[in-house]
Design a protein around this ligand. Structure first.
Ligand code: AHN
Ligand code: ZN
Length: 332
């Protein structure tokens, strides 16, 4: 018997119980609730950790580098292995300093024919410069971006593995965005504009991988693998997609992750979701750490050479991954 048949069977039981009345009714009602409540898969942080490490092992994934090309191929083939329909979106994008970036957004789609969809995003490139490093000597060294980039993609790859084993009710698009982190160097003397960031997201938002693409909502994962992060409801997410923030923070609290997902609205991040909201009009939130104390912003090792595997905590990947699974498997 599949799940639908089970629901009918128990529905019939419930009717019978109603006819008899009283405590039997309550019992049947409880059983019915149990049957119709969905089973959410268990996120495996060991595999997510491995997917983060695989990316970091390529070295910095800076656009126009061999490491970037190799990692892009790895990500596309992983999505294929997990049964997704893969779209590679190649684009020539111009960075703030005039550099032409050979960019590649990589999209893995499940149930592509399903009109009901959820979009999950993370950026897969890493920053060309550790311009926030305490040591000035490192300010032009590319970063490994274990947390800043690889963590979100690692969580999404584990979600892909889970989807292959058990499909949720909606179609899912896993969207690995490129050229997020080629934004203006801190030492730059010219203009600082937010459009210098998130070039892959801006491209995708103008040219989605499917014509007329839409999704019920989107979730962006950025720096979701650090040690003891606090995720506040981010400002732009709250502005564009308040109900999605609500849904995700409620799911996290239900799972007992209230010490990570702090239910307060805080500062904004100029991140991929901003352009997806603004340009594509898909209401999308950002799960990104914030430090209210203010001596650092997203992660103590943000844009430093210390954003390596030591900066990754599997428990954080677990908390975020399980929360996202809870949300997507409960959509009807
Ligand atoms: C700024 O707010 C400048 N950056 C946040 C977006 C980002 C950079 N995420 C990762 N690196
Ligand atoms: Zn960054």
């Amino acid at each position: 018997m599949n799940k639908k048949h089970l629901i009918w069977a128990f529905g019939a039981m419930l009717l019978t119980a109603t006819a008899c009345g009283g405590s039997k009714n309550q019992k049947a009602d409880a059983t019915l609730q149990e049957i119709i409540s969905v089973t959410v898969p268990q996120f495996n942080s060991d595999s997510a950790y491995q997917y983060v490490k695989m990316q970091v092992d390529f070295g910095p994934r800076v656009p126009n580098s061999k490491e970037h090309v190799d990692c892009g191929n790895y990500l596309a083939s992983q999505l294929e292995n997990f049964g997704a329909q893969v779209t590679n979106q190649y684009a020539d994008l111009i960075a703030y300093n005039g550099t032409l970036l050979k960019a590649r957004n990589i999209i893995g789609s499940y149930q592509p024919e399903n009109k009901k969809r959820i979009a999950l995003f993370a950026h897969w490139d890493s920053r060309p410069w550790a311009d926030n490093d305490p040591n000035e000597k490192n300010h032009y060294t590319p970063i490994l971006g274990a947390n800043d980039g690889a963590s979100g993609v690692g969580v999404l790859l584990e979600i892909a593995r889970q989807i292959q084993q058990q499909q949720p009710n909606l179609g899912i698009d896993l969207i690995f965005l490129d050229a997020e982190d080629y934004g203006t160097h801190q030492k730059h003397t010219g203009n600082f504009s937010e459009e210098a960031w998130c070039l892959g997201a801006q491209y995708w938002a103008r040219n989605p991988h499917v014509q007329g693409y839409n999704a019920r909502f989107g979730i962006l994962l950025d720096m979701v693998g650090g040690h003891n992060p606090s995720f506040y409801r981010e400002y732009h997410s709250e502005r564009y997609a308040k109900d999605v923030n609500r849904k995700v923070w409620d799911a996290a609290h239900k799972l007992g992750y209230g010490n990570y997902f702090i239910d307060e609205a805080r500062g904004g991040a100029t991140d991929d979701h901003l352009f997806i909201n603004r340009i594509a009009g898909i209401k999308t939130i950002d799960i990104i750490p914030h430090n209210p104390e203010g001596d650092w912003e997203f992660d103590p090792n943000w844009h430093t050479v210390k954003d390596d595997m030591d900066n990754i905590n599997p428990q954080t990947l677990q908390v975020v991954g399980q929360t996202v699974l809870e949300v997507i498997y409960n959509e009807k």
